[in-house]
Write a protein that binds this ligand. Structure first.
Ligand SMILES: Cc1ncc(COP(=O)(O)O)c(C=O)c1O
Length: 433
């Protein structure tokens, strides 16, 4: 593109109007937590602050909702919780009790899952080491390995033969042939060759296909890939098709609240920041909507019926992480210092979540000690020695001051798992009553 084309494109982007979160919707979201504040206050009275709060009630509700949505659309389905989204044992244990299998992505996660004896485990991810494959083969009655490459097939074949076990496996398919996502899986056009190659390894029972795409606000990306897969299956040999007894369509379902973002994370905001860095953040909260889980289930079932299930008779595997764990954990911190009417420092820092989430994502900070549905601008910092240690640019409350207890609700996904032993210790996890 030449400069003029860039300028034209920039003008179009600046005209984009990412929708604001509806104020009424936001207030009723906050109100639910204010109504329940006794529950969080009691947790603080027992365990102090800062804290991660495990909300088992919310977790079980989500687990059942997800399962019901897919069970009502699919004849045969198995659900595996993606442990990476929140690896706390409370969460895994509750989900295993709900009948979920576990999706692990490393030897460490596999060891952790095995300690809780789920009925089934799938082991996905690129670059599995020989030690990891060995651990999988030692537990071949429970574990299915989702292979990432031809090389990994031969390493699994040799490891399984060395241990004299037969292990179930599937192969991951590449969803994008260019860019970062070509890291994962094999080309669609290589499926038949992969099944052919697997004949050399009698200790590997290759019987499935897997794909995964992340951050799906609706099922569009997944259904597009399902139709591409269908076109490949249509050309494939019958004896290969007969070997496929599961298709794993991954995770990546976005929570129903939608994506809540700060101004600088919108398309137009990103561009404005490049031109004028440091524009103030504040009270404008943007929301990109996402589809309800029932709609994901309906669209995926329809696409699979139309493109895939006429060729293969199989069970559908699902690997949800974020959608299940998002609501299952909240963060509680206490204000330690008030440095100006609009600047406070809290006892917990963003090492609790491992990344500078709230510079781009918005989540309400709720003052449980001085509750109100009014939102005020205020820099809510943690106490780490970095300016990026920020919980938000505003709070809900009538005022804010030292000793106040703040709740940042629904922080269960990709936060606790990414926690860092950085400057401050990692706080305890408290089970809410
Ligand atoms: C292979 C695989 N499956 C499942 C998941 C879970 O995704 P999500 O938490 O978005 O549902 C991931 C996340 O990165 C993944 O890589």
């Amino acid at each position: 593109m030449d400069d003029q084309q860039y300028l034209n494109k920039a003008r179009d982007i600046l005209r984009t109007r990412t929708p604001l979160i509806d104020k009424g919707r936001l207030r009723s979201f906050v109100d639910e937590f204010i109504k329940d504040r006794q529950r969080y206050q009691e947790a603080h009275d027992r365990a102090g602050s800062p804290l991660y709060l495990f909300d088992e009630r919310a977790l079980i509700r989500k687990a059942k909702e997800f399962r019901n949505a897919f069970h009502s659309e699919f004849p045969r389905v198995s659900i595996f919780y993606a442990l990476k989204s929140n690896s706390h044992p409370f969460i895994m244990e509750s989900l295993i009790n709900e009948g979920y299998g576990i999706d692990v992505s490393s030897g460490k996660e596999l060891e952790q899952a095995l300690r809780y004896s789920p009925a089934k485990i799938i082991f996905s991810g690129p670059g599995k080491t020989l030690e990891e494959l060995c651990l999988a083969c030692g537990n071949a009655d429970t574990v299915t390995v989702l292979l990432d490459s031809f090389g990994e097939l031969s390493r699994l074949g040799e490891t399984a033969s060395g241990k004299d076990v037969r292990i179930k496996a599937g192969v991951r398919l590449m969803i994008e042939e260019k860019g970062l996502w070509r890291k994962f899986g094999i080309l669609l056009s290589d499926i038949e060759r992969f099944f052919d190659e697997a004949k050399k390894y009698p200790n590997v029972e290759l019987c499935g296909l897997q794909f995964h795409s992340s951050w799906n606000l609706d099922a569009g990306k997944q259904t597009d890939f399902i139709s591409r897969l269908g076109r490949v299956l249509a050309q494939m040999n019958r004896d290969v098709l007969q070997k496929i007894n599961f298709i794993d369509i991954g995770g990546g379902y976005w929570p129903v609240q939608g994506e809540w973002i700060q101004p600088c994370a919108t398309q137009e905001g990103r561009l404005k920041q490049c031109i004028e860095p440091g524009i103030p953040e504040g009270m404008e909260h943007y929301g990109i909507s996402s589809a309800p889980i029932g709609e994901f289930a309906r669209r995926l079932a329809k696409a699979l019926e139309e493109h895939v299930l006429k060729y293969v008779d199989c069970t559908i595997y699902l690997e949800p992480g974020r959608w299940i764990s998002h609501e299952a954990m909240h963060i509680l911190v206490k204000v330690v210092d008030k440095k100006a009417y609009d600047t406070v420092i809290c006892d917990g820092g963003t090492n609790m979540i491992g990344w500078e989430r709230y510079e781009t994502d918005y989540f309400p900070v709720i003052n449980l000690s001085q509750p109100s549905l009014d939102e005020h601008p205020c820099m809510i910092f943690g106490s780490l020695c970095t300016p990026h240690d920020l919980w938000g640019y505003s709070y809900f409350g009538s005022d804010i001051g030292p000793g106040d207890i703040l709740l940042i609700p629904m922080q269960g996904a990709y936060t606790y798992s990414l926690r860092q032993e950085f400057i401050k210790p990692i706080p305890p996890v408290h089970r809410l009553q």
